[in-house]
Design a binder for this molecule. Structure first.
Ligand code: PLP
Length: 392
């Protein structure tokens, strides 16, 4: 814990340092070593490393939680949480969820003989459908895609009433601990792809699992040790450094998103903008990821749109300092079958925009140019057909 006295988690996070009392550097250096002497509390980097520990303390500060456990990627964080399951357990997954998470549990279903129930937990009526033998409920809120809200406390209350030993797991990557602290609303586990906002610079991968319960922390640390999933020190050091600007970056993402969301709603080429419900209680703000529907006649022009953008890179990276554009249908949810995507209402017209730290007017200009470009060429494409149909 920090040696300073403050009630502000941000101040505490900024001053979080492991014990460097001998060398006294201003920032903790990189401990690029695999082994420690037998007298060291770190023992072996697969068990623990000062850089991982410092990052864990910083994340715990932001979440105002007792324990954080770093792993190699966001998927490793999900995988670590799933090690708490036993063969035959019943898992509830929210229907709107990151495609790889969905696939991960489908694959685990076969190897662990799990029972999986998929529900739309954003609908209060779905709470009544949670099975009595539920062992784990896994969801993201706001959901990916469509940014629907799920009440963590309502899900947790229902799950615990049915089975007191059930585990409520929230992937809080998009909301971030700056704007949402799942453990304070009854979740047992809050986890992150640190590759996204925590790193924020698209140059390092990582994952973090956060818990308040000592028994869960011990189990998860054991699982991490024996599965060898700990984050490497260099990545931990890089992410820890990024965490010094985390809160500032989130404020900037939030500001851009609130301006650009209303501006996008007025674009003739966009038929709908999806934004989360910031209720000020569970979700106190929101970062930089939005979804929009392209107008029906422009749906097939997504590639032209993304290529016309100058400030938005394409690809799976997001939640970083530069803007990104993606089509969830062919990107984040590509691992799902067309039928699975249709079931969740995911079509090719849905685009995901992640706003970086660029000037808001530059972003507007860039999006406007790209939308007008595809709209203009679309009209040119349409014209001969329209003329010929009129002629007929
Ligand atoms: N959870 C969410 C919400 C994600 O968006 C992602 C990746 O995009 C992951 C988990 C997986 O994280 P990683 O790519 O670090 O394994």
């Amino acid at each position: 814990m920090p040696r300073i006295h403050t009630d502000d988690p941000l101040t505490a996070a900024l001053h979080q340092k492991i014990d460097n009392s001998i060398t006294q550097p201003v920032v903790t250096p990189l401990y690029q070593n695999s082994a420690f002497t037998a007298d060291s509390p770190y023992f072996y980097t697969r068990l623990n490393n000062p850089n991982c520990e410092e990052l864990e303390q910083v994340v715990a500060c932001f979440e105002e939680a007792s324990h954080a456990i770093t792993v190699t990627t966001g998927m490793a964080a999900i995988s670590l949480a799933s090690r708490l399951l036993a063969p035959g357990d019943h898992v509830v997954l929210n229907s709107l969820i990151y495609g790889c998470t969905y696939k991960f549990f489908q694959r685990l279903r076969k190897s662990l003989n799990l029972e999986i129930t998929v529900l739309d937990l954003s609908q209060p009526a779905s709470l009544q459908k949670i099975p009595a033998d539920v062992r784990m409920i896994f969801f993201e809120t706001p959901t990916n895609p469509f940014l629907k809200s799920i009440s963590i406390s309502a899900v947790a209350q229902r799950a615990k009433a049915l089975n007191p030993s059930s585990l409520v797991v929230v992937d809080n990557t998009w909301a971030t601990p700056v704007f949402q602290k799942p453990l304070q609303h009854g979740a047992d586990i809050s986890l992150y792809s640190a590759t996204k906002y925590f790193s924020g610079h698209s140059d390092v991968m990582g994952g973090v699992v956060v818990v308040d319960r000592q028994d869960l922390a011990e189990q998860l640390r054991d699982e991490r040790f024996y599965s060898g999933a700990i984050l490497d020190p260099h990545s931990a050091w890089l992410i820890r450094r990024s965490m010094q600007t985390f809160a500032l970056r989130m404020q900037s993402h939030q500001q851009s998103t609130s301006v650009l969301a209303s501006w996008l709603e007025s674009r003739p080429q966009i038929t709908r903008v999806y934004q989360p419900h910031v209720d000020g209680h569970q979700l106190t703000g929101y970062g930089g990821i939005l979804f929009c529907d392209l107008r029906q006649d422009l749906v097939e022009r997504y590639v032209d749109f993304s290529q016309a953008l100058r400030l938005f890179d394409t690809g799976t990276a997001m939640a970083c300092v530069t803007s990104m554009v993606a089509q969830p249908y062919s990107g984040s949810h590509a691992s799902m079958s067309p039928e699975e995507k249709a079931e969740m209402g995911l079509g090719k017209g849905l685009i995901r925009l992640c706003f970086g730290l660029e000037n808001i007017d530059d972003l507007k200009r860039d999006i406007q140019n790209a939308l007008e470009k595809i709209d203009a060429t679309q009209s040119e494409c349409r014209l001969p057909q329209e003329v010929s149909s009129v002629a007929e």
